[in-house]
Every structure is written in C-alpha cells, then in structure tokens.
Design a protein around this ligand. Sequence first.
Ligand code: DGT
Ligand code: CA
Ligand code: CA
Ligand code: ZN
Length: 572
Amino acid sequence: MDKKEIAKVLEEIADLLELKGENPFKVRAYRTASRSLLNFEGNFKKLVEEEKLDELEGVGEHIAEKITELFETGKLAYYEKLKKSTPPGMLQMIQVHGLGPKKVKALHKKKIRSIEELKTAAEKGKVAKIRGFGKKSAQNILDSLAHREAYQKRTLWWDAMTIAEPILEGLKKLKGVQKAEIAGSLRRKLETVGDLDFLVAASNPKPIMKWFTSLPGIQRVLASGETKSSVKLEGGIQADLRVVKESEFGYALCYFTGSKEHNIKLRDRALSCGWSLSEYGLAGARKTKKAATEEDLYKILGFSYIEPELREDRGELQAAEKKKLPHLIEVKDIRGTLHNHTTSSDGKSTLREMAAAAKKMGWEYLGISDHSKSSFQANGMDEKRLLAQVEEIRKLNASKSLGIYLFSGLECDILADGKLDFPKKILDHLDYVIGSVHASLTQNEKAMTRRIIKAVENPSLTILGHLTGRLLLRREPSRVDAQKVIDACIANNKIIELNGHPLRLDMDWRLWHKASEKGLLCCINTDAHHADNHQFILSGVNAARKGWLEKSQVINTVSLKEMQKLLKSRKN
Ligand code: DGT
Ligand code: CA
Ligand code: CA
Ligand code: ZN
C-alpha cells in the first residue's frame, strides 16, 4: 500500500474506534497520524525502512507498527478485527456520504441500525427530528442513498469490458460458432453499463448455451433457454447471451446493440416503407433486400452506416440519411496527451517511466501536469518543486535521451474564489496550464459557474480540466452551468479537456457535439497516475466518438511541431 492508501485506512480506524466509543485521545492519534502521512513530502519508503516513522506527528510505536504492516503486506490484522467486531449495519451506514461516526452513533441510539432502517426513517421524517440532523441533512442522506442504489445497478465501461473480453474470446473459439459479438451499451461504449450482452451466430445453440451457463466465474444462472440465457457473474454483473442463425445475425446485432430509442426510429423507418423490422429480419421486404450485415441493413433502410457509439437517437439517423455523419476520431489519431502525473505529486510512476510508456504508445509528446500546492492530499507541488521539474524537463528534452518530447505543464487548482493556485510569474515558466477544481465541490451552481469562468478568463489558463469533478458511480458531478462555461471558453480561446479516465469521462460526451459545432476545441487526456494509465486514451476516445468529435476538433491529434506552435500561441 502507498502512503495515501495507508492514510485512508488510519482514518477509517479512527472512525471505527469512535463508533465503538473508544478513548478520544486514541481516536485523535489515528486522525493526526493519517494527516501527517498525507502531509509528508519526503521519501516515504525510506522512512518506513529506516524505522523512522515515529518522527511524524501523531505516530507512536503502535501506529508505526501498523503503518509498516500495511506498507509491507497491504493488510492489517488489527483493522480487519476491528471491522469484524463492528455491527455490519454501522459499517454500511458510515460509508453513506455525509454520515460520520457521530451521526451513525446517534442513529444507532434511536434504533436505526441498517441502511434499510435508515431509508425508512428518513422517508418518514424521523431522521430530521434527531438532534444534530435537521431537514437538510435528512434530505442529503436520502439523496446519498438514492445515488448508492443507482450506482450499485451499473458497472464502469472499462471494468465491464475487462470482464467481457475473455468471454467473447471464449465464445469465438467454440466449435460451431460462426460469428460472435458484444452488443448493448457495452458496444455503444456508454460510460457505464447495466449488463453485458453477447450475440452469437451458430446453427446449434445447445453446446454454446451449455458453455456459457457453466462459465467458471458464475454466481447464479438466472435463465437458461434454447436460444437465450442470462447469468450473474461474480461481482454481481449480469450477462445475457443470444444465439441466432447466421442469416439473422445482422438484424440481431443491430437490434441488441440498441439503443432502444435508436431501434424505435429504425423500426419506424422500416414501417414507412411497408416493412416490419425485428431482431430476426425485415418482413415484407422483397427477397433482394436481405441484410447479411448491419451495413446492409442501414443501406436498405436508406442510411449510411452508423457507428455503434452514435446510436443514441441524438440526430444520427437524420445525419446518416443526408450522408452527413461525422468522420469520428480514432485512437490512432492521438499523438500525445497533456494531463499526466508523476511521483512529483500523486503519480505512481516517475517522469522517465511515464515518458517511456508514452513512447511505447507511439506518441510524439507527453505533457506533464502534476498537482499544485493547494491539492495537499495529492502531494501538490510548491513553487520550488514546480520550477525544479520545469528544469528537469528542459534538460531531458535537450539531452534527447527519451525519444519523446515532454511539455512542462501543471494541473493548477482553481481555488474556491476562482483564482489560480500560483501567480502569473510562476505560471509563465510553463508551456501550458490545466485548471481544475479539486476542493469546495459542493458550491451552488451560481458560485461554481462564476468560479470556473473567472479561471477561464485568466490569461494563464490553457485548458479547463474535468469540468464537473464527477466520479462515475461514486460521486455526483458538481453543479455548474456547463453552457455558460462552454461559451466562456470559446470567447476566451480556451480548450476543454475530455478526461478519459474511466471513472471521469468529464466533460460529458452529451455536451460535445453542440459545443464543438460552436467552435470549442477538445483535448483528450487520460489523467494518468501510472505509466499503465496511458491505456485510458481508449475510453477517452470512446467518449469523444459518442460526442461526434472529429480529429480536427481534438488538439492532441496534431504533430509535435504544431503542438509547440499551438501552445505558444495560446500563452498570453
Ligand atoms: P444497459 O444494459 O442498461 O446498459 O443498456 P442496453 O442498451 O445494453 O440495454 P439492454 O441490455 O436492456 O438491451 C440490449 C439492447 O436490446 C438494447 O440496447 C436495445 C434492445 N432492446 C431491449 N429491449 C428493447 C425493447 O423493449 N425495444 C427495443 N426496440 N429494443 C430493445
Ligand atoms: Ca446491456
Ligand atoms: Ca441485456
Ligand atoms: Zn489530474
């Protein structure tokens, strides 16, 4: 475990001890130790290995032992024991956003001892009446519970894909399988998916169904029919399989790819020609109108081929009819990214490792943008460390030893009042500045919008990072008037990032089509915190494609020379 993860465990131990009503000094020691870890800027590994942890504030002999155990094994017996001895309802409740140990204890006293009881009590207005709660806090609890429920129903695209890919490979290898594809929202590259949909063409479905319903990672078989089965996989996600005849495959693939809204429009088009479209075929049409593939089907219905990412009923059919679909950006168009962290802040890989991995991606350049000082939890850099990094990058570029060009950037905090974390004279040393909101995320819409626009109007800012700060299936987006921010960015010649991290995908793809038509430029980044994270360019490009973006609307598709020019011209 690293420093940050260990700090989190210590904080959780403090919560659990407080729940148990332990000595407040003991509780406070864990909290102080957790904060000391986060604030420590030196070489943490060395500190542990040289047994000097007790030099940190709040860390005595006992806590030092626990930190060492976590650092070396990634586990802590004491922590596990503590969790086991806490009532499960309490453990669940403390994870509800906005409920700390004090509130959970107060609830417990009023015999509210599980998530279910909490929900009922809050709905009946009982929670609002408990001392220390009130109407607003009861409403916040209800909102958190609703989000929690919604989050549990879906899975991140990236995680779902990781599960689905080996299953698809398995299906393709089975004897008798003529075709196999992923369908549904997973194929449309939606940011989260409800379940996995597989489609197979084969003349004998039986052995395929048998293979599917006896996959190793299965929790439960939900349905097992002749041509359709559903299973629940370990981890809780459901997977559906359909087996069709090869002659039906094009129709079925289109149908099961969806979206439902897109399908309805397609069916309407067929109806207007006097045909009836289903997953099995196009009934009523002449024999010559037979679609072996999706391409054929769209053509028969009078459309050019529509990529799955666009099938969301957001104007794609009208565009396809007029042959005006965008020429969507592809991963191979990307020549580098600009939002990347290193061990100088909270990244896990060094500058050189990040650069080497980017070169392996086939990129020409990489922009380094570690955190600024106000992001102390992410080990943000102060002026001195930042300037040292600028110098290091300058030297590396001059030595030409990396085989890839590095840009000096910064992910600069946008403070609560809209100011940037560093003054102009420091930011002037950089090739570019990404401005991001990391704290005070709960401001109201007006304040947040004003704050971000103020940053956008700052001449030192080049790119606006992850607009809403959302973490998919974990944290709701902050409230902000995106249209106003988009307009401000266009007026001030600023770029908005499409953060490709599978948890973020922020700014949302639904906003890109219209914004780019107005002239907004995009930078697809990965927000890499590890050399392996450059892979996230795939989820970033997926979202860009869902937002109708073309290569020319994404700045990091240009060559190194052009990028140097572009960044220079955008410096005030
Ligand atoms: P999800 O799983 O919630 O992320 O979203 P999808 O789109 O994967 O939905 P799913 O798994 O329920 O169904 C897969 C596809 O099957 C869906 O995208 C379109 C098609 N489909 C399902 N139910 C209907 C329906 O009632 N009408 C039509 N036209 N198509 C449907
Ligand atoms: Ca699905
Ligand atoms: Ca499904
Ligand atoms: Zn970042």
